[in-house]
Design a protein around this ligand. Structure first.
Ligand SMILES: [Zn+2]
Length: 392
């Protein structure tokens, strides 16, 4: 079982300066390696429909890949000796990062979803570096030993669970300081898979008015304090845009803005975790609309305003369920809000119509109706069938 814990770091001034220096060096290296890959395409590509009969071919060189780029690192350290201050594995991880982004661009990730053209990163957008291998005893008391950076103080707000080993560590610079994310693994404990009860099932409809509504008709609202912190974000955003570019006052406001962004993100994450926990403690199976279904209908488009928040919630939900051996199912979202949940007739309604009332006598809140439809679509789902067969 794998999980990740994040702790706040309290580096000394010197250590913070060193981390920043590493980040700027790694950023430069990242951009250089990316450019190296792009250059190959520029030099070795022939637009066939406009190819002149006689053309000059530059000396062909091999397409840079992970291994060939990795081999350049010792040379780099010779020509730019300050790069040897960085831990070698951290430097190698940059090559891997370039490989991953490029692979995703050319051939897509495991789901076949392709990303856009990789972009060069400005200095302040490059915020993380990773140690791909960590020693077991890297944490001593409230100090973490990061090779070549030394022992850095960290706020151990919760202990590392017993039996887990630290696999990798990523240091990130955020608006309000430095953080370390440890990926932990316990190979002795397989993911727990108790027999789930397929009847303990709920559907959730993600909405605009409420954050979500369950098929039992319980709404879960977006907490007030989250809305408040978002309002404050808008105030600060205005402040930034009013101040003169390049001025000190503007720079200060930008810093404030970064901090507020982090606050909003933290609050949202906290809310997502709590909601996921609440749902999974009540139900064994949670069904939701598949957000990745192609062909956005009009209602989907309107909903996409909040998509960013939803997809991160759904990934937290899926992750939590997996760890607890429970089930989360995504179903086709088509017409979930239009169909009647009791007779299946289509009852067209516009987005502002909040109530569903059908000729068959079914009269429900719009989101409640949709949630029931979502739940019903999972009944008979192949995953669920396999599960209940095993339970019998
Ligand atoms: Zn009906």
């Amino acid at each position: 079982m794998r999980t990740a814990y994040q702790y706040k770091l309290r580096p000394t001034k010197q250590q913070a300066v060193e981390i920043d220096r590493w980040l700027s060096m790694l950023c430069a290296q990242y951009n250089y390696l990316l450019a190296d890959r792009f250059n190959w395409y520029e030099q070795n590509r022939c637009p066939i429909n406009v190819c002149p009969l006689v053309c000059h071919l530059p000396e062909l060189r091999d397409n840079p890949d992970y291994y060939s780029q990795k081999k350049t690192l010792p040379l780099l350290k010779k020509s730019h000796p300050h790069y040897s201050d960085i831990h070698s594995q951290v430097l190698q991880d940059v090559v891997k990062r370039v490989k991953v982004t490029f692979d995703r661009f050319l051939s897509g990730d495991s789901n076949g979803k392709r990303s856009g053209r990789p972009r060069f990163k400005p200095r302040d957008r490059y915020r993380t570096f990773t140690y791909p291998q960590m020693k077991d005893d890297c944490i001593q008391g409230n100090l973490i030993n990061l090779p070549k950076l030394g022992s850095i103080k960290l706020v151990l707000h919760r202990p590392i669970p017993t039996g887990f080993k630290v696999k990798t560590a990523s240091v990130t610079k955020k608006a309000d300081g430095y953080y370390v994310t440890l990926s932990l693994e316990d190979s002795t404990v397989p993911t727990v898979k108790p027999d789930i009860n397929p009847n303990s099932i709920t559907g959730i409809d993600m909405g605009l008015k409420e954050f979500l509504t369950t098929s039992e008709g319980e709404p879960i609202a977006i907490p007030q304090h989250y809305r408040k912190s978002q309002k404050r974000l808008r105030v600060i955003q205005k402040r930034v845009s009013r101040r003169k570019k390049g001025s000190n006052r503007r720079r200060k406001a930008v810093k404030q803005l970064g901090k507020q962004h982090k606050k909003v993100a933290d609050k949202r994450k906290d809310f997502h975790f709590k909601t996921a926990k609440q749902l999974l403690s009540k139900y064994d199976v949670v069904v939701h609309e598949d957000l990745n279904v192609k062909g956005l209908s009009r209602t989907r488009l309107a909903k996409s305003v909040h998509d960013a928040g939803w997809s991160s919630f759904l990934s937290i939900l899926a992750n939590k369920a997996e760890n607890a051996g429970l089930l989360v199912i995504a179903v086709n979202p088509r017409n979930t809000s239009q169909d009647c949940s009791s007779c299946g007739m289509k009852v067209p309604k516009k987005l502002h119509e909040r109530w569903h009332s059908c000729q068959c006598g079914c009269s429900l809140d719009r989101d409640h109706n949709a949630a029931i439809n979502i739940k019903n679509r999972a009944v008979g789902h192949s995953v669920l069938k396999a599960k209940s067969l095993r339970a019998q």
